[in-house]
Design a protein around this ligand. Structure first.
Ligand SMILES: NC(=O)c1ccc[n+]([C@@H]2O[C@H](COP(=O)([O-])OP(=O)(O)OC[C@H]3O[C@@H](n4cnc5c(N)ncnc54)[C@H](O)[C@@H]3O)[C@@H](O)[C@H]2O)c1
Length: 374
C-alpha cells in the first residue's frame, strides 16, 4: 500500500482525489486548516464525506512542524493547499503569498530537514501562469503571446486582443508558451512551480507540476464568492439574483470537469515519469462566459435576468484554453466529460445542497473599493 499526503485535501479537488485514491488502495493523509472561506464556520461537509477514508491532520501549511508531522512515511505529496481567488489576491497580497509561497517553502524545508522517503511531489499549478496565453497573427502567420490588455482598450470596449490593429486568433496554449502571470495568485503559482522544481532536483524528489484550467463540478464551494464561476452563478440563480456578466460575455475559459482532473492527478502519481515535468490539464476546448450563464439558467429553470455590463476587472484575461497533447503523451490522459455532461452532473449536485447565502455583491464591492473593477 502506498502512502500519499494531500495538502488542502479537504477542499474541492482534494476531497474528490482522496475518495479516488482510497478506492484505488492508497493510504491517504490530509493536511488542511479548514479555511473558513471554503468550509464555513461549522463542520466541513467535504471533510465529513471523506473522514473515514483518510487520516486527517488539522494543520497549516505555514507551520513547518505540521508538515514534519504530515510527511512522515509518505511516498507521495500532492500539494493543493492554497488561497485561490485571482481577484482577491490583488489586495490580500501578503496572505496569499504567505499561504502559497511561504507554505511551499515550509514544505520544502520539512523535506530537506527530515529523512523523508517522499519520491514524488505533484504540485497543483494553474493556467493563470500563462496570462493571455497563445495567439496567432492571421496576417503574418506567426504565434504571439500578448501582454495584458490596456486600460484604454478596455474602457473603449475593445475587449478582443489585437496586434497593430490586426486581429489575433486565440489558439491552444501549450507548456512552452511564454509565461505572463497577471495576478498575485498567478505569480504565487509560478513561484511555487520554480521552488518545487528546483528543490526537487536538489533533494532527489521527482516533481510534476499540473497546470489546471478552470475546474468545476460537484463539491465546489457554493459559498465562496471569490472563485469558481459556475458555483458563483449557481448561488446567484438560487438566491434569485440577476447575473451581471463582465465585458461582452464572449470571453472564454477552458472548463474541465472535476473527475477528469482527479484522473489526471492520479495518473501523475501512478505513472513512472522519467523527468520532472510541467503538464497542462484541461478539457482542451473553450466556452464563453455568456454560454455558462445561459446554460445554468436553463438547467435551473430560472427567471433571473442575465445582463452584459461592459464592466471589466483588472487582470482578467480574455481567452485561454489548454493544449493537452503533453498530458495525452505522458499521462495517457484524455478528458471523458464534455461541458454539457459535466454541467448536468454539477447542477444535479447543486440541487441537493442547501442554498448558500449569496456573498457575491460583497466581493464585487471589495474589488470596486480597491479600484480593481471598472
Ligand atoms: N479549482 C480550480 O479551478 C483550480 C484551477 C487551477 C489551479 N487550482 C489549484 O488547485 C488547488 C486546489 O484547488 P481547489 O479548487 O480544490 O481549492 P479549495 O479552496 O477548494 O481547496 C483548498 C484547500 O486548502 C485548504 N487551505 C487553505 N489555506 C490553507 C493553509 N494555510 N493550510 C492548510 N490548508 C489550507 C483549504 O481549507 C481548502 O480545503 C489549489 O492549489 C489551486 O490553486 C485550482
Amino acid at each position: 500500500m502506498k502512502n500519499v499526503l494531500i495538502s488542502g485535501g479537504a477542499g474541492f479537488i482534494g476531497s474528490r482525489l482522496c475518495e479516488k485514491l482510497f478506492e484505488r488502495g492508497y493510504k491517504v493523509t490530509i493536511l488542511d486548516n479548514l479555511s473558513t472561506q471554503i468550509h464555513g464556520d461549522n463542520d466541513s461537509s467535504l471533510l465529513e464525506k471523506i473522514k473515514d477514508k483518510c487520516i486527517f491532520i488539522k494543520g497549516d501549511v505555514r507551520n513547518k512542524s505540521d508538515w514534519i508531522k504530515a510527511i512522515k512515511n509518505q511516498d507521495f505529496i500532492i500539494h493543493l493547499a492554497a488561497e485561490t481567488g485571482t481577484g482577491q489576491s490583488m489586495y490580500d497580497i501578503s496572505n496569499y503569498t504567505e499561504v502559497n509561497v511561504l507554505g511551499t517553502a515550509k514544505m520544502l524545508e520539512a523535506l530537506s530537514e527530515t529523512r523523508s522517503k517522499v519520491k514524488k511531489i505533484i504540485l497543483a499549478s494553474s493556467r493563470a501562469v500563462y496570462g493571455e496565453g497563445k495567439y496567432m497573427c492571421l496576417k503574418k502567420e506567426r504565434f504571439l503571446f500578448p501582454l495584458q490588455r490596456s486600460e484604454k482598450d478596455l474602457k473603449n470596449a475593445q475587449f478582443e486582443i489585437k496586434d497593430n490593429n490586426s486581429l489575433l486568433k486565440y489558439v491552444a496554449t501549450d507548456e512552452n508558451s511564454e509565461l505572463q502571470p497577471l495576478s498575485i495568485y498567478a505569480i504565487n503559482k509560478l513561484q511555487q512551480e520554480q521552488m518545487v522544481l528546483f528543490m526537487g532536483r536538489t533533494l532527489g524528489i521527482q516533481v510534476v507540476c499540473l497546470r489546471y484550467q478552470n475546474v468545476y463540478g460537484p463539491g465546489q464551494s457554493l459559498s465562496n464568492p471569490y472563485t469558481g464561476i459556475l458555483s458563483v452563478f449557481s448561488t446567484r440563480i438560487l438566491n434569485n439574483n440577476n447575473i451581471d456578466i463582465y465585458e461582452d460575455g464572449l470571453q472564454t475559459r477552458d472548463f474541465v470537469y472535476i473527475d477528469d482532473v482527479v484522473e489526471a492527478t492520479t495518473l501523475a502519481i501512478k505513472k513512472n515519469i522519467i523527468c520532472n515535468e510541467i503538464i497542462n490539464i484541461g478539457s482542451g476546448t473553450s466556452t464563453t462566459v455568456k454560454d455558462v450563464a445561459n446554460i445554468l439558467k436553463k438547467y435551473f429553470q430560472s427567471n433571473i435576468k442575465i445582463s452584459i455590463s461592459g464592466k471589466y476587472r483588472v487582470g482578467d484575461i480574455r481567452h485561454n484554453f489548454a493544449d493537452i497533447t503533453k498530458a495525452k503523451e505522458i499521462l495517457n490522459f484524455s478528458p471523458k466529460f464534455n461541458f454539457q455532461e459535466g454541467v448536468i452532473n454539477f447542477v444535479q449536485w447543486v440541487k441537493n445542497q442547501n442554498i448558500m447565502r449569496d456573498n457575491y455583491d460583497n466581493s464585487v464591492n471589495e474589488l470596486k473599493e480597491k479600484g480593481l473593477l471598472k
